[in-house]
Design a protein around this ligand. Structure first.
Ligand code: ADP
Ligand code: ZN
Ligand code: ZN
Length: 803
């Protein structure tokens, strides 16, 4: 007997193991590891992924695989292994790991249908109102009616109704309809001559089809002859013509003309840097490289030429870039070098477009994929290199289940395929840089821009002094002056307002003082209700001060301004300026991001004002000034990475100015200009920043000295969640050794989301095994409540968000 071991498409802990199904002889050659199948599961039918085959099962009576959805596996052996590894390392369901690897169209939807098994009279009135004499109808109508779930259960038990699941697949390919001759040319000709004079439209069609004796696209034919479908339909029904369908790809880049580009002669430094990567490729060797190089130092050219070597060897390449820098500019560089070999995957594509790009990879029609995080799962079978550009970006960590980090997946795949993984950045994360210094990663440095072009000079303006001078506007005198200059010279300006959704920290506008937790060294957050300051790592509270504890000023208050306000202020100050504002409001529609950038690129505006989304990847010749409105907004996020993020952002955004002939300048406004992250960013001094920040990380036991695990507990009852969180902390405290540090439970900074109360614990650890053991204990203990969806426990290793 042949048995399929199947991962079932239901995300629940009780189902998170393999289920065995007998393979009927009719499907014996078709059911293989990596295909999707439909299997019976309890009373319904569900989709599942076959991960392996076997000859024996511990279950004596097996049900049969009902049907197969794929005739070529959609998972490779490697990706099946990877899903197991993700399940173990991120503690997710196997099914979630597998789904994360596929484009969304592969997600099956299930339509529930009600089947009436008895005559109408036997049902209660309420039910008859819904069924209205039909034998089969959508279950949704029951849900929308007054019939209770309890009543439904009863009807099922009494065998009056049955509820069936229809699995619907959405991975449809897009097709275009063609019309082609169905008979010999002379037959068409004869028919044309016999047609009566009335059938003018049919004559035109036949004349056209006789003349062009080949398949034509239906739409084109209709347009050409300016006719409806019906005369064509008529001829098809007479079997003179026929319709055919041709599969097409939805091409998101069809409107871009792309010129071929050629490899540049590498500089000496670039040669030194590329050599060990090429060696890895040639020797089928896996190493993790960190390519540390300032913006404009020629990193991308290194990527391109490494990939070229990989292609020459007949292998494939994955390039990850942050979503936000997947601008046409970046994609262009890869397409212009490798043309049709490139597939692009990013969130701006429709589901269908993503599916088409994925299929090009799956069918070996392309050999390079450039994409955001999930492109790391590209189903290549002969990978030769993986590149992660801007490796420090948070977007490489998925916040939803499975909470994987693309860097870890890259390491898995690089090891499997014996190929190099290159992490590139001007501002690598502390974790990565520390590994590179220890020799865990192979460090490659490019410390100068190509042609020794200067990096733009950065002026830090002390906003406290502006206030003292009586300037109460958002713009310092220096920034105003420099903007004015640019407007007169018809050069362009990029203004960054680095505000994230959440900024309830308080700051003294007189002296820049903010209030930090004494234990955790992060900003305390303001809680309006109790008028208190709170640390959400350790739960410490302090009263909200009336006066600044440092300078006694009463100008201590909330901080934060929106982009819209800045835009208004800009227009007031510079009446003649044309401003493009880019934030979540103006870019929510598909394609609007690109549209606004194109307008700016064509010089239709003087100032591009925006949030983080404008800090990366943009390359406009005419931009000579970058202004940062409030560098402090990120600096005081309640996050131990706040300084690091500030340093990264300032470095990134500075890289937007003076990228070409015209020299660039940067003005950074801050209330804490002497903070090391701002000061050192303004000197482009990564090394010193690294040293200083590492000291603090060590002192407060943060990464890279400790690993972190964040445990979030939520419940719709506030008292319950507190009790549960305390109980969990108790178990953890008991199970963890001295080597691990436990913090919390504390209320999450966003205490309530969707009416669920949220508490969290944080573990700082050195050894993963003991954390896994302790957590297993916790999950086991609350298994029942979790399955009933009373409490939710989410576990996040290497967390980036602490909300
Ligand atoms: P990064 O990726 O580090 O920001 P890029 O690869 O984009 O750097 O290089 C910056 C600029 O220098 C680009 O315009 C690129 O075309 C150019 N460039 C890179 N390498 C060379 C080279 N070897 N010779 C000439 N120009 C180069
Ligand atoms: Zn003060
Ligand atoms: Zn604290």
């Amino acid at each position: 007997m042949r048995i399929a071991n199947v991962v079932i498409d239901v995300a629940a802990s009780s189902i998170d193991s393999l289920f065995d199904y007998e393979i009927p002889s009719s499907l014996e050659d078709v059911v293989k590891p990596g295909v999707r199948v439909i299997v019976p599961f309890g009373p319904r039918k569900v989709m599942g992924f076959v991960v392996s085959l076997s000859d024996q099962s511990e279950i004596s009576k097996l049900r049969e695989v009902e049907s197969v959805l794929d005739y070529t596996p959609i998972f490779t052996e490697e990706l099946i292994h990877l899903s197991k590894w993700m399940q173990e390392t991120t503690l997710c369901f196997r099914i979630s790991a597998m789904q994360a690897m596929l484009p969304a169209v592969f997600k099956a939807t299930y339509e529930k249908e009600v089947w009436m098994l008895a005559e109408d009279e036997e049902f209660p009135e309420e039910w008859k109102n819904v069924s209205q004499g039909r034998e089969v109808f959508p279950f949704q109508e029951v849900e929308e009616s007054s019939v209770s779930p309890h009543q439904v259960t009863k009807l099922v038990q009494e065998e009056l109704i049955d509820i069936k699941y229809n699995v619907q697949r959405k991975d449809q390919v897009k097709t275009v309809t063609y019309v082609e001759p169905a008979v010999e040319e002379y037959v068409l000709q004869e028919h044309l001559e016999q047609l009566s004079g009335n059938a003018r439209k049919q004559r035109e069609v036949l004349a056209f089809m006789t003349e062009h004796y080949e398949a034509v696209e239906l739409k084109k034919l209709q347009n050409e002859l300016n006719i409806t479908k019906s005369p064509i339909q008529k001829l098809v029904s007479e079997k003179l013509l026929r319709f055919t369908k041709k599969e097409i790809y939805r091409d998101p880049f069809k409107n871009h003309v792309i010129e071929q580009s050629y490899p540049l002669n590498l500089t000496k430094k670039q040669q030194t840097v590329i050599e060990p990567i090429i060696q890895n490729i040639n020797n089928n060797q896996h190493e993790m490289f960190l390519l540390h190089g300032v913006t404009g130092s020629g990193k991308t050219e290194i990527y391109l030429q490494s990939i070229q070597r990989v292609l020459e060897k007949g292998q494939e390449a994955i390039v990850l870039v942050p979503e936000i820098s997947l601008t046409p500019q970046m994609v262009h560089r890869f397409k212009s070098r490798f043309g049709d070999e490139v597939a692009v995957l990013h969130s701006g594509l429709s589901k269908g477009e993503k599916y088409d790009e994925w299929r090009k990879i799956h069918r070996n029609e392309v050999r390079v994929v450039v994409g955001a995080r999930s492109a790391i799962f590209a189903p290549f079978e002969n990978l030769g290199i993986i590149i992660i550009d801007e490796e420090h970006e948070n977007t490489y960590k998925q916040e939803d289940y499975p909470k994987y980090h693309a860097r870890d997946v890259a390491k898995f795949r690089g090891t499997y395929h014996k190929c190099p993984v290159v992490l590139g950045s001007a501002t690598p994360t502390l974790e990565t840089y520390a590994r590179a210094l220890k020799g865990v990663y192979h460090l490659l440095s490019l410390d100068e821009r190509i042609n020794e072009q200067e990096l733009p000079s950065i002026d830090v303006v002390d906003m406290r002094l502006e206030l003292q001078k009586g300037n109460r506007t958002m713009f310092s005198d220096l920034l105003v002056e420099k903007i004015q200059e640019r407007l007169e010279r018809k050069e362009q300006i990029v203004l960054l307002l680095n505000r994230r959704g959440y900024s309830s920290f308080v700051m003294c506008r007189e002296c820049g003082e903010t209030i930090h937790c004494d234990n955790c060294d992060i900003s305390m957050t303001y809680h309006q209700k109790k008028n208190q300051l709170k640390c959400h790592y350790c739960n410490d509270v302090k009263p909200m001060p009336q006066r600044c504890p440092k300078c006694e000023s009463d100008a201590i208050r909330f901080f934060g301004t929106g982009t819209q306000k800045v835009e208004e202020a800009l227009l007031q100050q510079f009446e003649q300026a044309r401003v493009i504002r880019m934030d979540v409001d103006t870019t929510s529609r598909k394609g609007s991001h690109e549209k606004l950038l194109n307008e700016f690129g064509r010089g239709e505006a003087d100032i591009l004002l925006g949030t983080q989304m404008i800090a990366k990847g943009l390359d406009f010749e005419n931009v000579t000034l970058v202004g940062v409105i409030a560098a402090d907004a990120i600096l005081h996020l309640p996050d131990f990475r706040a300084s690091e993020k500030t340093f990264q952002l300032l470095t990134q955004v500075s890289g937007r100015a003076g990228r070409h002939e015209l020299p660039g300048e940067v003005v950074v406004q801050s209330y804490t200009p002497d903070h090391y992250s701002i000061e050192l960013a303004s000197q482009y001094d990564f090394e010193s920043f690294f040293k200083k920040e590492m000291q603090l990380r060590k002192r407060f036991s943060y990464p890279p000295y400790y690993f972190l695990a964040l445990i979030n507990i939520s419940h719709d009852n506030h008292v319950q969640v507190v009790e549960t969180a305390q109980e969990i902390a108790g178990i953890l405290a008991e199970k963890l050794s001295q080597e691990s540090l436990l913090m919390g439970p504390t209320p999450s900074p966003m205490l309530r989301i969707k009416n669920r109360y949220r508490y969290q614990c944080m573990i700082k650890y050195k050894r993963r095994e003991e954390v896994d053991q302790a957590l297993r204990e916790v999950l086991e203990k609350f298994k029942k409540e979790i399955n009933q969806n009373k409490i939710q426990i989410t576990i996040d290793f290497e967390p980036y968000h602490f909300m």
